[in-house]
Design a protein around this ligand. Structure first.
Ligand code: AVI
Length: 320
């Protein structure tokens, strides 16, 4: 079964995503220009991210997949059958089927803000699991989401792989974990990926790959702003940069101006100096303790934790 999906994104009469415009205009007006990383994921950005997951330098996807593959039996025993799996994000073509075939769920509900990508990946998933009801919901999962009535009575398993939680600062991550709890309800479990602190060179290479795919992914944000918010940003006048921030244990991505420049977005004027940057992403890296503390702060009790053999990545199961 494949329901057509609910649409919960707020747009103006011209089809502009109001939250996107508000974030971009406020972010470009700040002293350190910054745009939240979640806006990377239009259809082109979602595809570029899929390409990143295949890169030799980008270990997180392979490491997390290895955990799901190698520990599927233990994971399934702790979760049990019959839950509605609510995935925060469209779902990966590899990890989601691994989880779904391990645990015998009763329904699958992917939540994503990128509607076309969501519908395409949901259709592919539904074809792979013919007996499984799939209910995609186009929504911003940073807020509490009303789940389809069809899954109201089922116990839920939240699935948030990929260490996307690491893309948020602690306060936002805590808020998200709390709203996930509200979305999923009483008795819910959460299976969540968290990338681990490791050698700086390995991290920098993962976020600045030799083929330049991560650079394209970062720069695509400017292209998206130009298309969707009526901008005239000279994309070629920016370069991609990945930095390790040791204070916050995170990789940062920036778009650095190659020269002094001026541009407009939604008729608002902005200017930048050569070397000035737009901070576009944080990717926090966790230790065993910092990951478990974050879960606890978000209202989730850690129940189990797995890592890959090289201890590059962790997968945690927590209970509401
Ligand atoms: C989705 N997220 C967990 C990725 C990460 O590793 O922080 C996004 C990404 N950014 C650059 N490469 C991948």
């Amino acid at each position: 079964t494949f329901a057509k999906g609910l649409k919960l994104v707020n747009r103006d009469a011209g089809g502009v995503d109001l939250a996107f415009r508000a974030d971009v205009l406020a972010g470009l007006a700040a002293a350190q220009k910054a745009i939240p990383a979640r806006w990377f994921y239009d259809d082109a950005g979602s595809q570029l991210f899929e390409d990143i997951t295949q890169l030799p330098e980008y270990y997180p996807t392979r490491a997390e997949t290895a955990i799901l593959r190698g520990r599927s039996q233990e994971i399934a025993e702790l979760i049990g059958p019959g839950r509605a799996v609510v995935e925060f994000g469209s779902g990966s073509s590899v990890k989601t089927p691994l989880l779904l075939s391990a645990i015998q769920p009763s329904a699958y509900v992917p939540l994503d803000i990128a509607g076309d990508f969501l519908r395409a990946s949901s259709a592919a998933l539904a074809a792979k699991f013919p007996g499984l009801p799939v209910y995609p919901v186009e929504a911003d999962f940073m807020r509490r989401v009303e789940l389809p009535a069809e899954v109201a009575s089922l116990p839920k398993l939240g699935f948030f792989p990929g260490s996307t939680i690491g893309n948020m600062i602690a306060r936002t991550a805590t808020d998200l974990l709390r709203s996930m709890r509200e979305t999923l309800g009483e008795g819910a479990l959460l299976l969540i990926g968290m990338d681990l602190v490791k050698d700086e060179d390995v991290l920098l290479a993962a976020y600045d790959d030799a083929a330049g795919v991560t650079a394209q992914f970062n720069l695509n944000l400017l292209t998206r702003i130009n298309h969707e918010l009526g901008g005239d940003i000279p994309v070629d006048a920016f370069r991609h940069e990945a930095r390790w921030n040791d204070t916050f244990a995170r990789i940062e991505m920036h778009l650095v101006a190659r020269q002094d420049l001026a541009f407009t977005v939604s008729e608002q004027p902005f200017s930048m100096r050569e070397g000035e940057s737009i901070h576009t992403e944080n990717s926090h890296k966790f230790t065993k303790q910092s990951g478990q503390m974050l879960l606890a702060a978000g209202g989730w009790e850690p129940r189990a934790r797995w890592t890959d053999d090289a201890k590059q990545f962790s997968l945690l199961l927590a209970e509401a």
